[in-house]
Ligand binder design. Structure first.
Ligand code: ZN
Length: 249
């Protein structure tokens, strides 16, 4: 695979959804990216935690971990909601020792090449959701004050494609939209979720950062939702976990 070192695949919240991850990795291979940056929640909710980690281990990946990755490792068990507990138990059963080692090797945040900050929830707090104007503005301010000179922060956790920068917050982002990064303006960007989108669009979400063009392009790719639903059923996971994938909620 030829690849451009100045182009990056940006992904988050895969949630053990193998069909969605495969569709995104295939799409990224066609996008000529050299490196993939992931903002965590590799596992949790979905039916294929082992297969997802296996696929990621052969990708040119730099990843941090999210709350569901910590739950899988037995951390923060007191935070697990009853509705999530069954999926957490299932995930733990599926993971091999080498899968556990993969997850244990992930950190909560990463400053990639001293210029791109990766966080799961927000720069302020790993589990904070950036879901409204107030949280967006406070975190934008925090990025400016605590990470001076870092103008690009990618996050996940909310499962909603989001752009915070240049005085406004944008949630509704069409597939194919290209953001031109302005000089010296700090941005907080969520590419959306690979494996459990919540913006009403069931297609897997990802983004491509081009550091030569100074752009971030948002993309959606359809995947075999029924395959994942069938595996959810076979795994004995709650039915609603499959139903929500069909509607992207
Ligand atoms: Zn998540």
């Amino acid at each position: 695979m030829s690849s451009n070192p100045l182009r990056y695949g940006i992904i988050a919240d895969i949630h053990s959804n193998l069909a969605a991850l495969r569709a995104v990795l295939d799409a990224l291979a066609g996008e000529d990216v050299g490196t993939i940056l992931c903002m965590g929640d590799v596992v949790g909710y979905g039916p294929c935690p082992h297969e997802v980690i296996e696929a990621l281990e052969t990708a040119p990946l730099h990843s941090i971990r999210g709350n569901h990755d910590r739950y899988a490792l037995g951390e923060n068990s007191e935070q697990i909601r009853p509705s999530t507990a069954q999926a957490v138990e299932y995930t733990r059963r599926c993971l091999s020792p080498s899968d556990n080692a993969f997850l244990e090797g992930l950190r909560d945040t990463m400053l990639y090449q001293d210029r791109i900050l990766l966080v799961h929830g927000s720069p302020r707090e790993p589990d904070e959701y950036i879901l409204n104007q107030e949280a967006a503005i406070l975190n934008h301010r925090y990025l400016r004050s605590q990470y001076g000179g870092i103008n690009l922060c990618f996050f996940g956790h909310s499962h909603l494609p989001t752009i915070v920068g240049d005085g406004k917050v944008v949630y509704e982002i069409d597939s194919g939209y290209t953001l031109k990064l302005k000089f010296m303006v700090p941005y907080l960007i969520n590419p959306g979720s690979v494996g459990q989108p919540r913006d009403g669009n069931p297609a897997a979400a990802y983004a491509v950062l081009d550091t030569a063009e100074k752009t971030v392009t948002f993309r959606r790719v359809a995947y075999d939702v029924e395959d994942t639903q069938r595996r959810i059923q076979e795994a004995g996971l709650p039915r609603y976990l499959g139903e929500r994938l069909r509607v992207g909620k």
